[in-house]
Write a protein that binds this ligand. Structure first.
Ligand code: ADP
Ligand code: MN
Ligand code: MN
Ligand code: MN
Ligand code: MN
Length: 374
């Protein structure tokens, strides 16, 4: 049946070409908004689209919408609807032009934060700490997997050569999937996310990008949307992005999401070294509540991070706290330059790659910016 064969080929071989043709069609004054939200796993994102007859400019231009909570594990048994309220708006790199991505928070039927909505408490904390101007930068590491869930482009039988040549490497034998890192970088810039850098990581098929500095709630919002964009790009290429903090056991690096943090006092150069003292004081406070933070640094109360924080591959063990200047084996590292300048920021290396940035940033502010109990 030669007809069937060629027919099938014509339909499947040119998906991107055909798609470009349809995506170039005039929208006739309609505007698409992809509403996205965090599901019950506190790890995965969902999204669906709505058409508007105006171009939204800010999140508050958009109405509350809803979705079927029984399909995402978010229904509370009082009807299946969960409300989604747009809280931050971005240009949509997948539908270029006036179309948007709206990051939403989830609300119950009486418009209270849904139990899986961690943004509200984060926003409260950031509001209280506003005069200290908390800045964050997060380093999102991720691992690409093929459709078979095996690390992308690893040998089918066996493993690549041991770690060493891959970190910040170049060459087809060292970098397995740079096209995804590059596409994601530009897509984030287009969207309006403060993406500040990227690098190839120590384990083959592992990469990192950094977002920041962002003040307050913008950190969590930006990181969640950057992850949505990452998953969408991987989907386009038929690759899966894993945020598991230890995707391959053994002598292979895990994946983290280092949190860089500063307040206005820490950042400001001064004759009397007030910035340095503020950094030392924050690190001291963190040392007192180590396990408390570990519980917030992955979506399973620390269990995911246990596989990663093992005192090897540039990590401290999960049950110990340590800190040091330029020390990448410590829980908290103070960059060499910050020590020299006596002001700047510090890096908490503990958060897992699949952490909830709302939980991580609010834990940091509660411990370091507030007096007394958190
Ligand atoms: P590393 O040396 O740990 O790999 P990166 O360059 O990957 O560092 O990431 C550094 C991060 O620190 C970036 O996200 C950047 O935005 C952030 N950063 C820089 N300055 C500050 C600051 N003053 N406060 C908070 N974060 C900062
Ligand atoms: Mn339906
Ligand atoms: Mn980094
Ligand atoms: Mn890294
Ligand atoms: Mn780092």
């Amino acid at each position: 049946m030669s007809y069937g064969r060629s027919h099938k080929r014509a339909r499947t071989d040119n998906i991107s070409e055909l798609n470009a043709k349809y995506m170039a069609l005039d929208q006739q004054n309609n505007f698409q908004v992809m509403y996205i939200w965090i599901d019950a796993t506190q790890e995965n994102l969902r999204g669906k689209t709505k058409t508007f007859d105006f171009e939204p400019k800010v999140a508050s231009d958009l109405p509350i919408w809803n979705f079927d909570g029984t399909s995402t594990g978010q229904s509370l048994g009082e009807g299946s609807d969960v409300y989604i309220r747009p809280v931050a708006l971005y240009r949509d790199p997948f539908r270029p032009g006036p179309n948007k991505i709206a990051l939403c928070e989830t609300l119950t039927h009486d418009e209270k934060p849904h139990p899986t909505n961690t943004r509200q408490q984060c926003l409260d904390v950031m509001e209280k700490a506003k005069d200290q101007e908390p800045w964050f930068g997060m380093e999102q590491e991720f691992t690409l997997l093929g459709a078979d869930k095996h690390p992308y482009n690893w040998p089918v039988n066996g493993f690549p050569a041991p770690q060493g040549p891959y970190y910040c490497g170049v060459g087809a034998d060292r970098v397995f999937g740079r096209h995804i890192l590059e596409a994601h970088y530009r897509a984030c810039m287009y969207a309006g996310i403060k993406i500040s850098g990227s690098n190839v990581e120590s384990m083959p098929s592992q990469f990192e990008y950094q977002v920041g500095p962002c003040e307050g709630i913008e950190m969590g919002d930006s990181l969640w949307v950057s992850r949505y964009i990452l998953h969408r790009i991987c989907e386009d290429y038929g690759v899966v992005c894993s945020l598991d903090p230890k995707p391959v056991l053994g002598e292979w690096s895990g994946a983290g999401c280092h949190l860089n943090f500063s307040t206005n006092v820490m950042r400001t150069p001064s004759e009397d070294g007030a910035g340095w003292r503020a950094i030392e004081e924050a690190v001291h406070k963190l040392s007192k509540v180590h396990m408390h933070h570990i519980a917030y640094y992955d979506p399973h109360g620390g269990r995911d991070n246990e596989r990663r924080l093992i005192g090897a591959n540039q990590t401290e063990t999960v049950d110990a706290f340590s800190s040091g200047v330029a020390d990448r084996e410590a829980s908290v590292r103070i960059p060499r330059q910050v020590f020299a300048d006596k002001c700047g920021y510090f890096e908490d290396r503990r958060p897992a790659s699949n952490c909830d940035p709302y939980m991580v940033t609010s834990a940091m502010v509660k411990t370091c910016c507030f007096e007394g109990d958190d």
